[in-house]
Design a protein around this ligand. Structure first.
Ligand SMILES: Nc1nc2c(ncn2[C@@H]2O[C@H](COP(=O)(O)OP(=O)(O)OP(=O)(O)O)[C@@H](O)[C@H]2O)c(=O)[nH]1
Length: 622
């Protein structure tokens, strides 16, 4: 059963919920969806699973981008409700008809919804029944085929019947799909469901379905002596030579009037050929325009007004390009694709992991589809602006992360503030731990280091050197000790000697190394640090996703606690070595949801900075 359906604005104002459903949802699935999916640019996904104690929900949604509305349906995951997409699409359509930004209450929508839900359920039921019917008929025709093979008279005829039955089935299936495409809600309805829609909505569709196994139809087909698809193919192939015949009209010897050479304007007999050439040309030019936003935008925009008026005239590449820029009423996915593809490539050249670039583009597409393009606005500019917004949103920390404030808060409670540095080997954990220590010292915070890399030889000495240079205490117990215990003793020591902060160095480990990940999980569980800082290299590309997602996954899976601590923040190192390939910052934040708290940009103690979101976004889109 559907648990709830909500309609709210992108600003978060709830306009309508189904009172009839009225079930109190367990946990907070809607808040979680907004926080972890919609706000984090993951809205390109098809659905979202939410688990609460005693409930496992699936959430599906659709946007009306033009009106800025969000429609969310919640149902028990176990039920696999087939009609939800269909229902959402219809609710979106109907609600958009009555939506008024000044209106707050929509109780009149209750009845409409009840009706829409009934219809959607009926269609899903029809679909289920027709599927069963198809299954049965398929079995029957198989059985028939087997009997024929077993030696009945007229074997050839019958077998051709069985063939045509299969062909006919395919043919009708195709027909069904075509009809579905015409369905106004087609974009949002699964193929399966839209098949159902088609059948329920139209007599023609219904008969086409029945016709799949209609004996009369089969006999007619057999009489024609050919597959159902053949005439269509031959029809199609006839069209081509016709086009070619028109080509012959272009006889250069006839010294045609000069005006005919102006292909951009021609509507004459040669129009087809000219249009093909012109259209191709136009498209490729358009692609270029989508990728590189040109400086001469203003000039072109002026032309838009002139050229886009005579709709019926055939257009050359010049005018068709403008039509694609300004002539569209509402943006469709196909309009956005070239610009998004270009943007995805650009993000990837900046070292953004492919998976993330892809998801971001899907999300931007979802946020733009159906939106009206402001007149004279390029699709590429619109897409770029939407992507810029999305990137800023992702990279801007959602909660305030003020370490100095938190350090003082811990101090007031009489305990040290504990930071654990984790990450794979050689990324710069110890060096950047020392930089953070230096930064804290600059802010009159007393620091103690804890040498909990008891695994790699030389690690303790390396940290000791930093401690000596910075003149701060270090807690060390040598090698082959349990790092979780060493950290615990270090924190006790810091509590006794009144250190404000304990910085815990840990051994580098690969995300797949289970024993080491288990040890890290234990260290975190036992000491409950205030901050788990993932140290990652800014040089990584696709590997960033694997590192961070597996670190988080292992910390969750291997923790003895039911509420395991995950990564709280990111320290991105070696930023000085990457030029404009700043994509790792985006990939890491996107995959973990944790903010970049520091950026290491050199090998001296002062080379520690805060991330400048604006400049990163600018570089990513440059
Ligand atoms: N250019 C540059 N080099 C850095 C930066 N941070 C660390 N390094 C260098 O990276 C190398 C590895 O640094 P470490 O601090 O030893 O790395 P680690 O993660 O502690 O290493 P393991 O303990 O083996 O896992 C050293 O040569 C550092 O000088 C940085 O921000 N920029």
């Amino acid at each position: 059963m559907l648990e709830q359906l909500l309609i709210f604005t992108r600003g978060g104002l709830i306009l309508w919920t189904c009172k009839e459903l009225g079930n109190a949802l367990k946990g907070s699935p809607i808040d979680t969806l907004i926080r972890s999916c919609l706000l984090e640019e993951r809205s390109g996904a098809a659905s979202y699973n939410y688990d609460a104690p005693g409930a496992a929900y699936t959430l599906k949604w659709t946007f009306h981008n033009e009106l800025g509305l969000v429609f969310v349906a919640v149902y028990q995951r176990i039920l696999h409700l087939l009609y939800v997409d269909d229902l959402l699409a219809m609710v979106k359509h109907e609600f958009s008809q009555i939506y008024d930004p000044k209106r707050m209450a929509y109780s009149d929508f209750d009845e409409t919804f009840r009706q829409l839900k009934k219809e959607a359920e009926a269609r899903a039921e029809d679909l289920k029944r027709s599927k069963q019917a198809v299954g049965k008929s398929l079995n029957n025709s198989k059985k028939q085929g087997q009997m024929q093979k077993a030696g009945f008279e007229g074997v050839t005829n019958k077998s051709s019947e069985s063939n045509s039955s299969n062909d006919s089935e395919d043919g009708d299936d195709r027909k069904g799909r075509k009809l579905d495409n015409g369905h106004s809600n087609g974009n949002y309805v699964h193929n399966e469901e839209s098949k159902g829609n088609g059948r329920a909505n139209g007599v023609e569709n219904g008969s086409s379905n029945a016709g799949a196994f209609d004996v009369n139809k089969l006999q007619k087909l057999r009489a024609k002596g050919g597959k159902k698809t053949e005439p269509a193919v031959s029809k199609g192939s006839k069209v081509e030579p016709k086009k070619k015949i028109t080509k012959k009209n272009r006889v250069w010897d006839d010294s045609p009037p000069q005006a005919k050479l102006d292909f951009t304007d021609s509507v004459g007999e040669n129009g087809d050929n000219i249009e093909v050439v012109a259209a191709d040309h136009g498209e490729s030019m358009m692609d270029k325009e989508e990728i590189f936003s040109s400086e001469s935008e203003g000039e072109e925009d002026e032309e838009v007004g002139k050229d886009s008026k005579p709709e019926t005239r055939k257009k050359g590449w010049f005018s068709s390009m403008f039509q694609s820029i300004a002539g569209k009423a509402n943006l469709e996915k196909s309009d956005l694709e070239p610009a998004l593809r270009a943007l995805k490539d650009r993000l990837m050249t900046k070292n953004v992991a492919e998976e993330i670039a892809e998801k971001l583009c899907e999300s931007v597409a979802a946020s733009l589809e159906g939106k009206k393009l402001a007149s004279f606005t390029r699709i590429s500019s619109t897409v770029q602006a939407a992507m810029e917004e999305a990137l800023v949103r992702i990279l801007t920390p959602r909660r305030s992360i003020d370490i100095l404030r938190d350090v003082h808060a811990a101090k007031e409670q009489g305990k040290p503030y504990v930071v654990v540095f984790v990450g794979v080997n050689g990324v710069g954990k110890s060096t950047n731990l020392a930089k953070v220590a230096y930064w804290l010292l600059q802010h009159q915070v007393s620091v103690m280091m804890a040498a909990c890399d008891t695994f790699r030889s030389g690690a303790v000495e390396q940290l000791r050197t930093h401690a000596r240079r910075l003149q701060i205490p270090i807690f060390e117990k040598g090698y082959e000790k349990d790092p979780a215990i060493v950290a615990k003793e270090a924190i006790q020591e810091a509590t006794h000697n009144g250190s404000d902060v304990v910085l815990v160095d840990t051994a580098g480990r690969m995300q797949d190394n289970e024993p080491l990940m288990r040890a890290l999980s234990k260290l975190i569980y036992l000491n409950n640090p205030d901050l788990v800082l993932f140290v990652g290299e800014a040089l990584v590309g696709n590997d960033a996703v694997d590192q961070l997602s597996k670190f988080n996954q292992k910390l969750a899976d291997l923790s003895p606690s039911p509420n395991p601590r995950l990564i709280d923040g990111i320290l991105l190192t070696k930023f000085d070595t990457i030029d404009d390939k700043v994509g790792a910052a985006l990939s890491m934040v996107y995959i973990s949801g944790a903010p970049v708290m520091f950026v290491g940009c050199g090998q001296s103690y002062t080379d520690l900075k805060k991330l400048n979101v604006k400049s990163i976004v600018k570089t990513l889109l440059k």
